[in-house]
Every structure is written in C-alpha cells, then in structure tokens.
Design a protein. Structure first.
Length: 364
C-alpha cells in the first residue's frame, strides 16, 4: 500500500499559489513575499515544500506574481529539496481560479494537488490524494473541522463525502467543516477554467462544478490548520512549528521552547520561551525575556527588554528595558530605550523612535 501511495504521489503535480501581496502582514511584506518570511528558522514556503517532498511528489509548479524573482533566486530548480520546481508568473492578479488555470501548460500528469501558499497545515497529503483517486473525483477538497466555523465559509458533505454546497460566513453554519485551501484536481478540470481573466475558485469554479453535476468530494479531518495571513497567526504558527505542535520535516529532532540560530549571541540571564525563534547573527542582551516571538536575522535586543507575541524584522534594534507586546517591527527600525509598545502597533522599516518616545505608563 505504501508503494502504491508513493507511485500515486510521484505522478501528481504539486501547484503552490504564492502570488499574494501579503498586505495584512505589512510592513514585513514591503520587501519580502509572505511565503518567504522566516518561520521557525526557514522561509515559510520551505516547510510546505518539505512536506510535499516527504509525501512523494516530485514536480512542483509555483504560481507567482508579487516579487516573483525572489522565489527562483532562493529555491532554484528545487534539486536541493529533491524536487523539480518550475515557475509561472502572473503579470496581473488573476484570482485563485485564474492562478490555477495559469499553470495548466506546465502540468505533466493527470492529477494536480493545489496548495494556498500561506496556509500552515498538518494534513496527511497522501490520504487526501487517496480520497481523490479512490473516489474517482473530478475535484477533492481538504476540509478541516474547526471549533468555531462562523469566521469562515462552511462546506457541508453527504454521507458519501460528496460536497453539497459552498456557503458564505453565517452566524449559524450547518457544519464545522471549512475549506482548508488544498485541492486535488483532475488536470482536465483545470483546463476548463477560463483563461486570461480573474476567476475565483471558491465563488465561481467550485459552485459551477456542483451545478454541472461534477463529482466533488471532501476529505474531512481535524488536522492542524492555520491561515498565516495576520501577524498574530504568523507568530502562533511559527511558535507551533518550533514546539512541534505543527509538524515540519525540517524541524525533526529540533523542537522545543525556542529555536536559536547557532550564530546568535544570547547573553546571561536571558529567557526564551513559547516557541520563540532567534535568527542568524541576532543578539539578545542580558536579562531580556522573549516570549512567543519571531526574531529575524541581525536583530539587536538590548539588556532588560521584554518582548511578547511580536515579530521583529531583520536589522532592527530594540533598546534597553523596552516593553513590547503584539507588535510588528519593520526592517532596520530602532526602538529607543524604555519605550512601551503594545496593542498591534506596527513600526515601518527604518523608522527611529527615540528613548522613552512611546509610553503607556505616566513615568518617564
């Protein structure tokens, strides 16, 4: 059975949609596409590519748009990951359905597994593929059960696993199953998506298939799932990878309370907890505490600072005795000593806040 699954996977194209601009994560995405942001010590996309390779798929097509060149410069032909990666660039945004149609000419096989490039998932990719092949589906959707489906559109299925409808957000959803952003298509179905225009896979392609009587199946599970689009989700996803709550082949044997690059300098009395990541060449000063945060490369955190649930981009400096919670600090920014930042504050790249320049407490 394992050999059978591997053979199926080897004859499946993996398509990853990475064209979004990541506006909800600004200023981190001003210079870097969202899937390339450092997450648990690697670009986020590297974790997905490692899972694709572990599942036995070989041929990957990246559907790119925003800062497309960054992906090819980093991953090249994919050989270092045991993959063959090709790139297709959208000259203008085509929506999720249009992006899938845009890679059609690069597909090699009769089956394609499509991934949203900003979703962190623990799903069994081989099991999703088996549901599709054994059910002779035109399209199979990965559906994940969530505790509160009201924040998402829901996707009910019948007793045989066939998708019944695609429902918008509602206060009283009929099911806890939501679209998890991973699909398996028969190649011929992708060929029928209109080319060269904006198409939504969720609002146009899938409902159209249902109305045409196509065989659309749901693979339902309760696996780890997180949309990494917002800073709070990005921090939580990175933390979950570091702590082993979300699985990545890249972190085998490396999970724990923190992940510190060997080149980082950690002074005495520093506390690093909650799945915190400290990147290459970063320095954390004596007596500081960093909790559930992502520290990119080349960051300086001076003594006595407390950083919680935050993201600090490359080259930023956090002054002595700073208090920071739920913040995003852009590349090369400087936060002066004794500043207090909280509540979703975002500091843009290169900005300097002077010592005691932002406070929430009355004492200077």
């Amino acid at each position: 059975m394992v050999e059978h699954n591997a053979a199926r996977a080897a004859e499946t194209d993996a398509v990853i949609l990475v064209g979004g601009q990541g506006t909800r994560l600004r200023p981190l995405t001003v210079s870097t596409p969202k899937p390339m942001l450092p997450t648990a010590g690697h670009p986020f996309l590297s974790h997905l590519l490692a899972r694709i390779a572990a599942a036995g798929m070989k041929h990957v097509v990246l559907g790119t748009s925003y800062k497309a060149e960054v992906f090819e410069e980093y991953f090249g032909d994919g050989s270092e990951l045991g993959l063959e990666i090709e790139y297709v660039v959208e000259e203008e945004a085509l929506g999720t359905g249009g992006a899938i149609r845009n890679v059609y000419d690069k597909l090699r096989y009769d089956t394609a597994m499509v991934f949203n490039g900003d979703v962190l998932s623990g799903a069994d990719l081989g099991a999703i593929l088996n549901t599709h092949v054994e059910g002779d589906a035109d399209v199979t959707l990965h559906l994940v059960r969530v505790p509160d489906p009201r924040a998402f559109g829901s996707v009910p299925t019948d007793a045989d696993g066939r998708v019944l409808a695609f429902l918008e957000k509602t206060e009283d959803p009929p099911t806890d199953q939501i679209n998890a952003g991973c699909y398996v298509f028969k190649r011929s179905v992708i060929g029928e998506i209109p080319a060269g225009r904006v198409v939504s896979v969720e609002r146009e392609v899938f409902p159209g298939l249902l109305s045409d009587g196509a065989r659309v199946l749901g693979h339902v599970d309760s696996s780890y799932w997180r949309d990494m689009g917002r800073p709070s989700d990005f921090v939580q996803g990175s933390s979950d990878l570091v702590r082993g709550i979300a699985y990545s082949p890249l972190l085998e044997g490396k999970t724990g309370e923190c992940l510190v690059d060997p080149s980082a300098g950690i002074a005495g009395g520093v506390i690093l907890v909650g799945g915190t990541v400290v990147g290459r060449g970063s320095i954390v000063g004596a007596g500081s505490r960093v909790d559930d945060s992502v520290i990119f490369d080349g960051v300086t955190i001076e003594p006595g600072a407390v950083v919680r649930n935050s993201i600090i981009a490359a080259g930023a400096t956090i002054g002595a005795n700073v208090r920071m919670q739920d913040c995003v600090i852009g590349e090369g920014a400087t936060i002066g000593a004794r500043c207090e930042l909280q509540g979703g504050m975002r500091v843009w790249p290169g900005v300097t806040i002077p010592d005691s320049g932002v406070r929430f407490s009355p004492d200077a």
